[in-house]
Each structure stands twice: as C-alpha cells, then as structure tokens.
Design a protein around this ligand. Sequence first.
Ligand code: SF4
Ligand code: SF4
Ligand code: SF4
Length: 199
Amino acid sequence: MSRRSFIVGGAGLAALLGIGGIAKYAGVSSLLRPPGGQDEKRFIALCLRCQKCREVCPNGCIMPSKTEDGFVNARTPKMNFKLGWCDFCAEAYKGVPQCVKVCPSQALKLPDGATATSIKIGVAVIDKDSCLGWLLKGCRTCVDNCPYDALTLDENNRPVVVENKCNGCGLCEYVCVSLKNASITGRSKDRAIIIKPLN
Ligand code: SF4
Ligand code: SF4
Ligand code: SF4
C-alpha cells in the first residue's frame, strides 16, 4: 500500500468512526452465527472470512456480515432467516451440518454427538406489538410450522415460545406473515417473531 493510500484509508476510517461511533464499527456485538459458532470470542478469533460455509449452505440462510455489524465482524457469516431456515442440513439429520463440515478453521465446531435438538443457534422472540396472534387476529402460522414443538398457544390463542425447546432454527421467522399484513401491524421492519443470539 502506498503512503498516500495509507493516509487516505486512515482518514476514511477516522471519518467512518467519527460518524458512526467507535463502539459501533469496532464493535464485538454478538450476531446470529451458523451452528457451532455460538462462542463469539472463539468464533471471531478463528473465522477466516472464507465464505465456504455460506457457499455450501443448501438453504441459503447464511450471509456475510457488513461493516455496520461491527468492524471485526465484517464478512464473517451470520444467519439471515428471511432468506431461508436452518434444517441442520438434515433430510434425516446425519450428524455433521455442511457448514461445520467445510469450515477449514473449526470456527464452526459442534460437540461430538450433537443433534438438531441439542444445538442452539439462538432463541425465538415474539414482538407482541406486531404479532397477529397477539393482536387477536388469529394467526398461528409459526406455531403450526415449528418442527420442534417450541411454540405453543396460551389461553387466549396467542403464540408463546417454549425457550428450552427452541434451537433457533429460524423456520418461524421465515414463515411469519406479519409483514405481509403491514396495514394491521404498523411500520415494523422486522417480522413479528425473530431469532436472537443467546448472549
Ligand atoms: S447447518 Fe446446513 S442448513 Fe444450517 S446453516 Fe449450516 S449449512 Fe445451512
Ligand atoms: S467456513 Fe469457517 S472460516 Fe470460513 S467463513 Fe465460514 S465460519 Fe469462517
Ligand atoms: S420456535 Fe422458531 S426458531 Fe425455535 S425451534 Fe421453533 S421454528 Fe425453530
């Protein structure tokens, strides 16, 4: 890198930090990682940003993080359940998910004998202000689709997450119809059920 481009790059970075704040761009905020990447410190230290996990995911639910996700996170993989959901690559879950299998640095690593019910990517959280079930419109799409019985209905037919059964697979977020009913749910940009990181 020439001296000039170094100075220009440095000025650009300084401007970036000035605009968005050091914490945001240097940040180590937890993102929703593919299976086996839930220890954030370990993951950040080992991930090569090689994109192999994203390329191999048969459900297309991994995307590269952006600078806005924190400077150290840039190009690391994160889950996007608007694109697809994680079935742990299992037609009949065969033990090692594709993303874990191809990861060259073991940034994605699961304990021996891990199964789709023992892995936890994150946990589902319902926004009661935009969930059609909670707005008493009778929706139960997420409950009917959850493969792990991690969603149930309360006494008023409103969806509730059973946290100890939820593995963060993202199917509920993927199928949530709240945004298609924006006239009822208001201006929310997210679906009414989203998966959040564990920490
Ligand atoms: S386990 Fe399979 S479906 Fe899930 S994120 Fe990894 S590659 Fe994609
Ligand atoms: S395959 Fe592993 S090292 Fe490569 S980007 Fe994915 S998590 Fe990082
Ligand atoms: S509640 Fe959602 S994220 Fe949790 S297991 Fe069921 S479908 Fe998957």
